[in-house]
Design a binder for this molecule. Sequence first.
Ligand SMILES: C[S@@+](CC[C@H](N)C(=O)[O-])C[C@H]1O[C@@H](n2cnc3c(N)ncnc32)[C@H](O)[C@@H]1O
Length: 278
Amino acid sequence: MKEKYALIPPNDLNKIIETIKKTRGFDFSNYAKESFQRRIKRILVLYNLTDIDVLLDNIENDIDFYKKFIKEITVNTTEAFRDPTMWLYLRNVLLENFKKREKIAIWHAGCSIGLEVYSMCILLKEMGLWDRTTLTATDINSDVIEKAKSGIYDLKEYQTMYNSYIASGGNPLDFNYVVKQDKWFQIDTDLISNCTFKEFDLVGDDAFDKFDIILCRNVIIYFDEHLQEKVFGTFYNSLNINGKLILGKTESMNWSSFARKFDSINPQERIYKLRSLE
Ligand SMILES: C[S@@+](CC[C@H](N)C(=O)[O-])C[C@H]1O[C@@H](n2cnc3c(N)ncnc32)[C@H](O)[C@@H]1O
């Protein structure tokens, strides 16, 4: 790289991907190229690196650097009750249909700092489904998992959470799920107690359990089609018959070879149901 922090030549990007794959077993070759390029540039700036060989050496030989590197590469943006119309649909339709069930298993894949998981907990509580549900929440990034487990968030997140809760059909009088302090708030510990958070890599790890609902929202947007196909395979193997898969608003399975195994039950909210006969 001649010019400091210029566009990284494709050759160098490939070297980075190859080194990670060879030395760490993590395959970024199918990650969306532009996003990968942007994030590598940010890492070079952050660590004041001008020589790609130094970056490669750090990835290969410095485990602490590598862990930080992985955390920089992944995007963790999230909020509670994100896309309120999706939560409204869960409240009015999808979870209504689960009321006859004795047990419900939900997996949040790519849960980031947990706000999506706690939104689901609140909804389950309000619908009387809480006691019969188990929630598993996973992410590749150990830092966000730790934050999710703590249930502690900056007070800045609070207003968004409250507004979106109302927009998703919540009653202002019922919103007593957090303890507020000057600068932060904490999710009710009872809500946290029903959730299991753990590290899981959607690219490298395989199905580990069966679920009735899987949410994987705003995660595969960073994967190319080959990788998305792999992830859909994992979800296919992880869903019970008639299980629901919920993607992010801009994500779709329609183009994939798995589309014929699922019915699109809410195209606008990107919700799919596993067909019973395959
Ligand atoms: C943009 S956040 C989405 C969070 C939440 N689902 C939402 O919609 O608000 C994407 C999350 O996916 C995680 N992620 C990225 N690549 C992953 C992978 N290969 N395996 C598991 N999680 C991954 C990131 O660490 C990040 O926390």
